[in-house]
Design a protein around this ligand. Sequence first.
Ligand code: NDP
Length: 287
Amino acid sequence: MAMIIDGKAMAMGIRKEVAEKVADLKKTTGVEPKLMVVLIGEDPASTIYVKNKEKACKETGINAETIRFPAEIKEEEVVAAVKEINRQKETHGILVQLPIPKHISEEKIIEAISPEKDVDGLHPNNLGRLLKGGLPWFVSCTPMGIMEMVLSTGVEIKGKEAVVVGRSNMVGKPTALLLLARHATVTICHSRTTDLKEVCKRADILVGAVGKPELIKGDWIKKGAVVIDVGINRSEKGLVGDVDFKQAKEVAGYISPVPGGVGPMTIAMLLKNTLTSAARSAGYHLE
Ligand code: NDP
């Protein structure tokens, strides 16, 4: 029976630490970390995510503001707004809630964000630095959370077979790069991977970031593996991940649940990145 990686409890611990550091940063430098969220349209899931982010910021002493645009806004207006936020000295983090309406280029909007305020780590400058094995200003929040969860198990990553299912720029690719940086032998799978089950079975560390409810079955998992489930899928059973949790927990060594796994860790990492950005701007040494 697998040990549960309790993302919710881990995230609460991180949030407490962030709150303490935010308080000290304010006291010693007068700088209050600020996150600016850009929300375009009224997608119900995005609206909930943004609300949760605002609430988490407030609870840790981070100032959060959301700029809301109607779905039909023009691309150049969003670019101009993002550039204006870049110039605001009091704002340390900018996050554009994805997905955005189809008539607006996601690439153009992300490239408009200053890499030094790109707390979501999606700017090519940040992704490129990660690819080169250098130090990005920020690493994308979900992959950061995933790594913290893998590290929390104490299982050595070096030399292990890691399989990441999903190759998005936000989750799959950066997660693979972070595992590679820690010397795992990494395979990235996607919708055209043949015999996904056999590839998954090789994994000592398996990350599911697909968006397909319970795609990864118990018999796809190597005995004792670390399994991180990133998926958030609404099904008739309620919220489920990309991994069949009931089956997988019988085989895996460690497994993260949905909900209460990667989701809360992603928010905790966003708070951490915003604090890091504010601390950098104030010349305040964290740790
Ligand atoms: P994307 O849709 O951008 O990417 C999904 C990836 O899965 C693609 O690379 C796609 O392949 C691959 N894929 C799709 N179907 C299959 C299949 N049958 N077999 C193998 N691979 C497949 O999703 P994201 O990376 O943004 O998100 C993935 C999941 O994680 C979603 O459920 C999302 O809601 C969740 N998520 C959770 C977060 C959290 O905080 N917990 C944060 C971000 C995302 P191809 O490239 O070939 O199309």
